[in-house]
Design a protein around this ligand. Structure first.
Ligand code: PLP
Ligand code: SF4
Length: 333
């Protein structure tokens, strides 16, 4: 008799897929053909191990240095303190306008829509962020909308987090309904790793919401390695395009993940093939526990030189770093 398989991942709705995400690093390591004893892990504490199956399915079996695995595995290196690394490397606390709103740059305000993410990226600068005290729940949402309404220079509202697409479509709809009366609000931007890590989330309801906004929509996805752009990801981005949205990809330059010229070239080409135009390549934000991901600045510049020699200009990302107090993300030359 043929054994009955459990429902294939692609047939499950996104909420069910999230419930099935990997939460135990040892279980994923065994699944990938490793002996967990060979991977000394940090106590992940407040930022526990989490990765969706859609993302983990793109990891290579038997490769201890897999660049996708490396992004999510809480290695023991996280526990070693490093000089210059701290809890708020980009000065987010200082740019907080009201609860849940960061107004750092002219013309754009960033809303911390939720603290939840589909995946926990070990290099993330928000890993130390106090979400509980700073997300947009209840009356905080009203205060945030009032703030935006009172700042006529804010033409673009950026939904970020955490990951805004972790919210239900109903909640997203209520959020943009609240913004819809603001005349100077022209563009909605969504910063999300969901299209790459949980492509099933780009469902009909989400697309209907975006298509019905009556505002220009920009979606900035986040992938750091070419292999993150699976066929399911391209399909999801194509669904976004059908709503009229424009999509970009931003990446972080990460040691052991994408710090080789060929790897960066492949990332930009794969992103473009999937429909996401290269946007920023960020130098690592120096958040505590991420020092083992840092690529020295001289090496970053040499990599950019190599990338420029191999790609058309429109596929070359802008190498930037975020410095607290500066009026934009600083180009690195
Ligand atoms: C990165 C960021 C933005 C967006 O900057 P762009 O250069 O427009 O991509 C806006 N607000 C905050 C707080 C940010 O960190
Ligand atoms: S905010 Fe983005 S980069 Fe940070 S952990 Fe969440 S998904 Fe990863």
């Amino acid at each position: 008799m043929i054994p009955v398989d459990p429902a294939p991942e692609c047939a499950l709705r996104w909420q069910a897929q999230l419930q099935r995400a990997w939460r135990d690093p040892a279980a994923l390591l065994v699944h990938l053909g490793h002996d967990p004893a060979e991977f000394p892990l940090a106590d992940a504490g407040q930022f526990p191990f989490l990765v969706t199956r859609a993302f983990a399915d793109r990891m290579r079996r038997g490769d201890p240095d897999d660049p996708l695995l490396r992004q999510v595995l809480p290695r023991v290196d996280e526990d070693s303190p490093a000089p210059g690394f701290g809890p708020d490397p980009v000065g987010d606390s200082a740019s907080r306008a009201v609860r849940g709103v960061l107004h750092k740059y002219r013309g754009r305000a960033l809303l911390i829509a939720t603290g939840a993410c589909p995946i926990h990226c070990r290099y993330c600068f928000r890993r130390e962020f106090d979400y509980a005290g700073d997300t947009l729940a209840g009356p905080a949402l009203e205060a945030a909308i009032d703030y935006i309404a009172g700042q006529p220079d804010i033409e673009e509202v950026i939904l970020s987090g955490g990951d805004p697409l972790m919210l239900s479509t109903g909640r997203l709809q209520r959020l943009t309904d609240a913004l819809s009366g603001i005349g100077h609000f022209k563009r909605l931007r969504i910063h999300s790793r969901v299209p790459v890590t949980l492509p099933a989330r780009i469902d009909d309801a989400l697309c209907d919401w975006l298509a019905g906004l009556g505002r220009q929509v920009v979606v900035v996805v986040h992938a750091n390695h070419a292999r993150e752009f699976g066929a399911d990801v391209s399909d999801g981005i194509a669904r976004l395009h059908r709503t009229g949205a424009t999509t970009f990809n931003q990446a972080v330059l990460l040691a052991g993940v994408n710090d080789m010229p060929g790897t960066l070239v492949e990332l930009m080409e794969a992103g473009f093939a999937a429909g996401a135009i290269p946007y920023y390549l960020h130098l690592l934000d120096r958040v505590s526990g991420s020092a083992h991901f840092e690529v020295p600045r001289t090496r970053a510049l040499a990599l950019m030189d190599a990338v420029r020699r191999r790609l058309p200009g429109y596929l070359v990302p802008r190498l930037v770093e975020e410095r607290a107090g500066e009026p934009y993300k600083m180009p690195v030359f």
